[in-house]
Write a protein that binds this ligand. Sequence first.
Ligand code: SF4
Length: 317
Amino acid sequence: MRVFTYQRVETPVEAAVAAATVPGARFIAGGTNLLDLMKLEIETPAHLVDINGLGLDRIEPTADGGLRIGALVRNTALAADATVRRDYGVLSRALLAGASAQLRNKATTAGNLLQRTRCPYFYDTNQACNKRQPGSGCSAIGGFSRTHAVIGASDACVATHPSDMAVAMRVLDAQVETVRPGGATRTIPIADFHRLPGTTPHIETALRPGELITGVILPKPLGGQHLYHKVRDRASYAFALVSVALVVQRDGSGRLAVGGVAHKPWRVEEAERHLPRGAGAVTERLLQGARTTEENAFKIPLVQRTLAAMLAGAKKG
Ligand code: SF4
């Protein structure tokens, strides 16, 4: 691990100023991803800004019937919150499908959104990786690609986003609240928060230098049945090969987003209109334009079958 300096801050603006002032600074809260990356020298921040003292750890109702989740709410607390369980069940289920109990106890809402890909070539510093070292190439293209993206990828990067929580937030049309070093705040729709790789896969989100996530806003509840199904190589502590977040109404209409297939949670609103026609019609539109390899082509029928099983289960429920 490289030498770094460390600073505790007391307000969100102070945090944003600190991160913007020192080149190479990073925020740290739970540290469940960042510390691993630092030990491997994939991330080498010169300065860590500890935001654990900012008090952003509350879950509160909003004036228009939604919910505001503080950036530092731990994944365990969010999954167990009574309002989340009752009104945003897809989010609670997605959280509980992620990581392990110990990691969920430490990991925060903001950190979960910002976790980095688990592409094995990204973690192997002997391999070329445009995300780790821009312009160096991508070892996954032409390499072992079983876990990689089938849609929205580029010639520079075929990584997938690892978060379960973010897939559920995409279905719920969450908004990410931030503050910048000058004190200005903004809200970023979750649809625009994570980026596709394009030619700059090292730029993963819409955040600007020093910009701090302060919370996530959920709109008022959608009703309906909330389901999250994650298909993975082992039953716990594994990332999704494919995951589906689904909110389905009594009349068969609904929303869905898919994880494990793209550089961001994948949702195509036009595809949702075909939900009453079944999983095949939805998947055809959802993954239209997919580019697969021999190793990851299984993800397309896996999305379809997972969705079909969920829709069948929802009808019975
Ligand atoms: Fe790096 Fe992306 Fe290629 Fe993986 S897929 S090696 S993260 S550039």
